[in-house]
Design a protein around this ligand. Structure first.
Ligand code: HEM
Ligand SMILES: *[C@@H]1O[C@H](CO)[C@@H](O)[C@H](O)[C@H]1NC(C)=O
Ligand SMILES: *[C@@H]1O[C@H](CO)[C@@H](O)[C@H](O)[C@H]1NC(C)=O
Ligand SMILES: *[C@@H]1O[C@H](CO)[C@@H](O)[C@H](O)[C@H]1NC(C)=O
Length: 335
């Protein structure tokens, strides 16, 4: 009976399916328990190191969160931003130069992790967990961080310059940069909520303060008192390195206050304030509605932020035997 039925086309198909599925295994997936046997203490180690770093400097949480974002947008979350290199490396790209920070903390975490379980955990995974803990320890949501990313071998400054959004980009350009890595408009608004913590240098918003887009007037969308404060903070002939908080009146707490600020013209960067612009089109009404919604509902913002961070953390990972597990996050192993 069995043999007879096995001569049918259906059985052939089933058999070949079975062989195929053995011969071509499914692409390995990231999972939260990837290191549960090989590095069971990983989560505690990272959590403690992030906590220690925050005791030294509270802002480091924001810097680590941003580092993960800048990593993921360039060739996926592969730790490429951590690589030292010549002036063609990602660290020298415009969005990162004199701006990306937290590398010493990642080194420190990596050293602790290596002492506990040597040669097992990728720098890309460490960065993803550190970003989550930075949010959590700043008062924000928890999410399970998928793991199993491998470390990349190339650092590409050209791509970093193209892929990472600039505060001077139009909303359409920022939308397409998110779209290029599989993130949608809702993800964009949600993830911009990361600007609830951290600092920005005058150089990234001073164009709004005196002669905005050649109008010889400040950006009219910027609230008046904040404008005057910022004009004093960032005089026209200084080097632009002075910093101020992205989320005024809620500097270092991870909350939904950022979205409140936007509704009063108190977004620091142009790219923040355009999420609540007075333009009357479909995109603007979508972003405005989300801004309003999140400002009234921190619980929903936290849920959506956790979801979007997990989604960002899944961008184009190296898995299986791709890439490597770097010994030192700053250099590829072959060097
Ligand atoms: C939507 C497009 C975005 C633009 C144009 C943008 C731009 C910027 C700029 C210009 C700064 C200041 C950097 C400096 O002054 O050195 C900054 C800081 C920051 N960004 Fe964004 N960002 C965007 C989205 C994101 C996302 C998606 C995240 C994380 C999920 C993020 C997290 C941060 C954090 C935490 C800081 C503060 C860093 C620190 O204090 O060291 N940003 N961003
Ligand atoms: C870097 O990225 C650019 C832009 O996507 C690409 O043309 C170039 O081939 C990349 N270089 C390397 C070394 O991967
Ligand atoms: C304002 O910017 C425009 C265009 O960049 C420039 O032509 C003009 O000279 C600037 N005005 C002042 C007062 O600097
Ligand atoms: C800001 O500081 C860095 C070093 O920290 C320096 O190289 C740079 O020239 C300064 N000015 C600007 C406009 O970035």
């Amino acid at each position: 009976m069995m043999n007879k039925s096995c001569t049918t086309i259906a059985c052939l198909w089933l058999t070949s399916f079975f062989i195929l599925s053995v011969a071509i295994p499914m692409r390995p997936q990231l999972t939260p328990d990837f290191y549960s046997t090989t590095c069971p203490d990983l989560w505690n180690i990272v959590r403690n190191e992030v906590l220690n770093a925050m005791k030294d400097e509270i802002r480091i949480a924001a810097s680590l969160l941003r580092l993960h974002f800048h990593d993921c947008f360039v060739n996926g979350c592969d730790g490429s931003i951590l690589l030292d290199g010549d002036e063609d490396s990602e660290k020298f790209a415009t969005p990162n130069l004199n701006s990306a920070r937290g590398f010493e903390v990642i080194d420190k975490i990596k050293n602790s992790v290596e002492r506990s379980c040597s040669g097992v955990v990728s720098c890309a995974d460490i960065l993803a967990i550190a970003a989550r803990d930075s949010v959590l320890l700043s008062g924000g949501p928890f999410w399970y961080v998928n793991q199993g990313r491998r470390d990349g071998l190339v650092s590409n400054k050209t791509l970093a310059n193209l892929a990472i959004p600039s505060p001077f980009d139009t909303l359409d350009t920022i939308i397409s940069k998110f779209d290029n890595v599989g993130l949608n408009l809702k993800d964009l608004v949600t993830l911009s909520g990361a600007h609830t913590i951290g600092r920005a240098r005058c150089t990234f918003f001073s164009n709004r303060l005196f002669n905005f887009s050649g109008t010889e007037e400040p950006d009219s969308t910027l609230e008046t008192e904040m404008l005057i404060e910022l004009q004093n903070l960032c005089p026209q002939n200084e080097d632009g390195n002075t910093t101020t908080v992205l989320d005024s009146n809620s500097d270092d707490l991870f909350d939904n206050h950022y979205f409140n600020n936007l509704q009063y013209g108190k977004g620091l960067l142009s790219s923040d304030q355009i999420l609540f612009s007075s333009d009357d089109d479909e995109t603007t009404s979508t972003t405005k509605n989300l801004v309003q919604y999140y400002s009234h509902n921190q619980r929903i913002f936290f849920m959506e932020f956790a979801y979007a961070m997990a989604k960002m953390g899944n961008i184009n990972p190296l898995v299986g035997f791709e890439g490597e597990i770097r010994k030192d996050c700053r250099v590829v192993n072959s060097q």
